[in-house]
Design a binder for this molecule. Structure first.
Ligand SMILES: Cc1cc2nc3c(=O)[nH]c(=O)nc-3n(C[C@H](O)[C@H](O)[C@H](O)COP(=O)(O)OP(=O)(O)OC[C@H]3O[C@@H](n4cnc5c(N)ncnc54)[C@H](O)[C@@H]3O)c2cc1C
Length: 435
C-alpha cells in the first residue's frame, strides 16, 4: 500500500475535516481516504495513491453527480475542490479549475461581461458537467457548455499529464467533450466564454386544466421561439413551474418572445425581469450530507413533444415525484453529431423523471412508455447504469470510436464510475427500449 507524500492532503476517518468531505449531494459515503491535491501538479500523485489502495476510486469536482457518485465506502476519493480558480486569460478566453462551482463561475465572469451556459444549479461543479455536456439556460442561444471548450488538461490513467485541444491530441479532446470521465482526471478547462449582458429571466406557474395538451403546446411554443429563449419545466402533481431565459437585455424583444408562453392554458403566476446572468444558476452553498440520496432518475432526449409523447409524459407525472423537461435544440443542434462525444444534435428536449420516495419502486414501469418515445440520452441526468444505457448515451458510430480510445487510454479500467465504456455486455444493437 502506497502512503501519501507529506505534502498531499489525505483526510481519513477520525480527522476533524472528515465529516465535511465524506458525503456528496446524492449519496452518503464512508471512504477510507479523501485526497485533496493542492494543484494540478499533485493530481498524478493523488491518482497513484488512489490506485495503490486497490479499493474503489471516486473522482470528485463539485460533488453534485447524478450519473456518477463521487464518494464510496472504504475506497479513495480524489477531491478536486481546491482546483477551483477562475482566471481570465485574454479576450473571451477563460481558464477554470474543475473544483469551481457554476455559480462561482457566473459571478467571476460577469464583471468581464461574459458568461458560460451551464445549467439551472449554481452548486453543480465544473468537472462533472464540463466532461459530459452542459444543458443550460443559455443553451438554445449559445450551445452546450462543452461547445465552448477550446482546450483542457488531463491526467490519464498512467499518471501522465496532457494538454488537449483541436491541435493537441484531438481525438482525446473529442472524447472529453461528452465522455470525459472515462479518460482521466481533467485538471483545467479553457473556454471561450460568450459576451452576455443582462438577460430576461421569467418564472411562470401553471395549473393546466389538461396536462397532456399543455405539454404538446409547450413543445410547439418552444420550438417556434427564437433561439435566445431557453426554458426548463418542472412538473410535480398538478403544478407546472417554468423557468425561461431570454439571452439578451432587450425588454421589447424578450416580452414578445415570452408572450406565447404566458398565453398557455392555466397560468396562475408570472414574473419576469432583467437580471445579471449570475442570478440564473441558483446556488445554495449547502454542505453535502447525501441530501438527495433517495432520488432515482430516468432520462431521455426527445425530438418533439408530439401528442403521443405528451400523453405518455402526463401519465408518468402521476406516478413519480417530478418530471423535468429542459430545452435543447437551437445552437446546440448547429454542430454535427460527430463534432463531440456528446452526439445528440437533433433533439429539442431532455425529459427526466425523478422518484425519491415510494415512487422509486414504480419508476421503471412508469418510465417505460415514455422511454419508447425517446431518442438518445444525456447521461448526466441518469442515476442508474446499464450497458444498454451506455448505448443510448453514445450511439454508433460514437460508441465504437470511444471504446477504441478507452482501450488505448485506460487499459486497466481505472475510470469506470460514470457510464463505463468498457463495461461488459455493451451491445450496440440493444438499447433499454429494445430489451
Ligand atoms: C441539482 C442538480 C441540477 C442539475 N442541473 C443540470 C443542468 O441544468 N444541466 C446539466 O447539464 N446538468 C445538470 N445537472 C447534472 C450535472 O451536470 C452532473 O451531475 C455533473 O456530473 C455534476 O458535476 P460535479 O462536478 O458537481 O459532480 P461530481 O459529483 O463531483 O462528479 C460526478 C462525476 O463526474 C466525473 N468527474 C467529475 N469531475 C471530473 C474531472 N475533473 N475529470 C473527469 N471526470 C470528472 C466523475 O465520474 C464523477 O464521479 C444537475 C445536477 C444536480 C444535482
Amino acid at each position: 500500500m502506497t502512503s501519501a507524500s507529506p505534502t498531499l492532503e489525505v483526510i481519513r476517518p477520525g480527522d476533524d475535516r472528515y465529516e465535511r468531505v465524506r458525503h456528496v449531494y446524492s449519496a452518503t459515503g464512508s471512504p477510507a481516504a479523501v485526497v485533496q491535491p493542492r494543484d494540478a501538479r499533485q493530481v498524478p500523485e493523488a491518482l497513484a495513491f488512489a490506485r495503490a489502495q486497490k479499493a474503489p476510486i471516486a473522482i470528485r469536482s463539485g460533488g453534485h453527480g447524478i450519473s456518477s457518485i463521487a464518494t464510496n465506502d472504504g475506497g479513495t476519493v480524489v477531491d478536486l475542490s481546491r482546483l477551483n480558480r477562475v482566471e481570465h486569460l485574454h479576450g473571451r478566453r477563460v481558464r477554470i479549475g474543475p473544483g469551481a462551482r457554476w455559480g462561482e463561475v457566473a459571478r467571476a465572469l460577469h464583471p468581464l461581461g461574459l458568461a458560460l451556459s451551464s445549467g439551472d444549479s449554481g452548486d453543480v461543479g465544473v468537472g462533472g458537467l464540463a466532461t459530459s455536456g452542459g444543458l443550460g439556460l443559455l443553451g438554445r442561444a449559445h450551445g452546450l457548455t462543452i461547445d465552448h471548450l477550446v482546450a483542457a488538461e488531463i491526467v490519464t490513467a498512467d499518471g501522465t499529464q496532457h494538454r488537449v485541444s483541436a491541435q493537441e491530441d484531438p481525438e482525446l479532446f473529442w472524447a472529453l467533450r461528452g465522455a470525459g470521465a472515462n479518460f482521466g482526471i481533467v485538471t483545467a478547462f479553457e473556454f471561450d466564454a460568450v459576451p452576455t449582458p443582462d438577460v430576461a429571466h421569467a418564472s411562470l406557474t401553471f395549473l393546466p386544466p389538461e396536462l397532456s395538451g399543455f405539454l404538446e403546446q409547450w413543445g410547439l411554443t418552444l420550438e417556434a421561439a427564437p433561439r435566445e429563449v431557453s426554458a426548463f419545466l418542472y412538473i410535480a402533481g398538478s403544478a407546472v413551474h417554468a423557468t425561461i431565459v431570454y439571452a439578451r437585455a432587450d425588454t421589447t424583444a424578450a416580452s414578445a418572445a415570452l408572450d406565447p408562453f404566458a398565453a398557455l392554458p392555466g397560468l396562475v403566476g408570472a414574473q419576469a425581469q432583467l437580471v445579471p446572468y449570475p442570478e440564473v444558476p441558483v446556488a445554495t452553498g449547502a454542505p453535502h450530507s447525501g441530501q438527495q440520496q433517495l432520488a432515482r432518475t430516468r432520462t431521455g432526449l426527445a425530438v418533439h413533444l408530439d401528442r403521443e409523447t405528451s400523453r405518455r409524459i402526463a401519465d408518468l407525472v402521476r406516478s413519480v415525484d417530478m418530471v423535468q423537461i429542459r430545452s435543447a435544440g437551437g445552437a446546440i443542434n448547429d454542430l454535427p453529431a460527430e463534432a463531440t462525444a456528446y452526439a445528440h444534435r437533433h433533439q429539442n428536449f431532455s425529459v427526466t423523471a425523478v422518484a425519491a420516495g415510494p415512487a422509486r419502486a414504480l419508476l421503471d414501469a412508469a418510465w417505460r412508455p415514455v422511454h419508447e418515445r425517446m431518442d438518445g440520452m444525456y447521461l448526466s441526468f441518469e442515476s442508474d447504469h446499464t450497458p444498454a444505457g451506455v448505448v443510448e448515451a453514445f450511439p454508433e458510430p460514437t460508441l465504437g470510436r470511444l471504446r477504441a480510445l478507452k482501450a488505448h487510454w485506460d487499459p486497466d479500467r481505472v475510470f469506470t464510475q460514470n457510464f463505463d465504456l468498457s463495461a461488459p455486455g455493451i451491445d450496440p444493437a440493444r438499447t433499454r427500449a429494445s430489451d
